[in-house]
Design a protein. Structure first.
Lengths: 111, 246
């Protein structure tokens, strides 16, 4: 049953990420047309619930998706099993989540 | 097409503990199959060569070997179709333990078939009338699409996931499970779905389609496995919903 839960979590996180990636790339290409500075970006993102929510969700989905994907690779290529495999998978997931949420906080929070 | 009088053949010789290639020069014949080549070597060059075959017409599935790195039925492979610079390399099937030379131990292949609940379990006795099944029903069509497998293990040899994960059930066993999941006369759909969605089951498939590319019967085990994944995910969601809403 664990396998099935992981399988579904990875598919659902992919479905969440697909439109987010498109919006992320689209906005980036659109916003950069006339040249844009870090200050201009921060002026738009700071205090914005919308961008905070958007990238917060992105980070959560990416952490879930990548951790499960790497779990499969670690299991197939390095033949890791059991606690070591699960432990590494959780560690990778939390590391990605922490790094991502820290970046979101830096872009959205502050003054 | 007669390229030369003789072909150069490298045949893997050895057992589970290891081995190496032996080289033979085999006279070329018109319409010669790879199985003919192996048979010629055993009869005329080295009678100690071990290999397996039975029907010679692509029905039994026992003569599969790696021919120039690709899994094939040797009885249905013409030499002139696969010859590379007048050379042939013949090895035992990949992903299976070797017994001797070109003969593999198929035990794990069939054990996995059983682990995937590959046996049919009927609901009726012989005293009852034959079940009426419309050939046009979507489930019957799905079962029919997967049913022509003769368990030659070519898909199993072609599969990289089997190579990486020895617990993986493999394309043939899962394809068989899919045909039974679509058979309305079978009564073990629930047990089988659990068996094939456990660790090493259908969810491990990467959809690389090596199985479908090399299946001599042109079956598509990848599609069968995708069907099982969908069925397992659907059953899981339905169960969650039922548990929550009664």
């Amino acid at each position: 049953m664990v396998e099935l839960r992981l399988y579904l979590a990875q598919r659902i996180s992919a479905v969440i990420m697909a439109p987010l990636v498109l919006v992320h790339l689209g906005v980036m290409i659109y916003a950069i047309q006339g040249g844009v500075s870090a200050d201009e970006i921060l002026a738009r993102t700071r205090g914005s619930l919308l961008w905070g929510g958007f990238y917060g969700l992105f980070v959560i989905a990416a952490a879930v998706h990548a951790a499960i994907g790497l779990r499969n690779i670690l299991s197939e290529w390095l033949h890791l099993r059991g606690l070591l495999l699960s432990g590494l998978c959780w560690l990778i997931g939390f590391a990605l989540l922490a790094a991502g949420l820290r970046a979101v906080a830096a872009v959205v929070g502050g003054s | 097409m007669q390229v030369s009088d003789h072909i150069q053949v490298k045949v893997w010789r050895g057992d589970a503990s290891g081995g190496s290639f032996a080289e033979f020069e085999v006279p070329q014949q018109p319409a010669q199959t790879v199985l003919d080549v192996v048979t010629w070597i055993q009869r005329h060059a080295d009678s100690s060569l071990s290999y397996r075959f039975a029907c010679r017409v692509g029905m039994c599935g026992s003569c599969a070997m790696m021919v120039n790195g690709i899994p094939r039925w040797t009885c249905r492979t013409h030499v002139n179709k696969v010859l590379q610079d007048n050379h042939l390399t013949i090895e035992p099937l990949r992903n299976l333990p070797v017994i001797k030379d070109l003969a593999c131990d198929m035990s794990e292949f069939f054990d996995k078939w059983k682990r995937a609940e590959g046996q049919f379990s009927g609901t009726q006795t012989r005293a009852q009338a034959v079940a009426a099944i419309s050939p046009g029903e979507p489930a019957r069509r799905a079962a029919n699409a997967a049913i022509e497998c003769i368990n030659c293990a070519i898909c199993y040899a072609a599969c990289d996931v089997v190579n990486w994960n020895p617990d993986y059930l493999g394309p043939a066993a899962l394809n068989r499970a899919w045909s039974l999941q679509n058979d309305s006369r079978d009564r073990r759909h629930g047990e089988r779905l659990q068996a094939v969605s456990a660790d090493g089951g259908c969810l491990s498939c990467h959809s690389q389609q090596g199985c479908a590319s090399y299946c001599p019967n042109e079956l598509n085990p990848t599609a069968s496995i995708a069907g099982l994944k969908k069925m397992a995910a659907g059953a899981f969601m339905k169960k969650k919903y039922r548990d929550r809403h009664g």
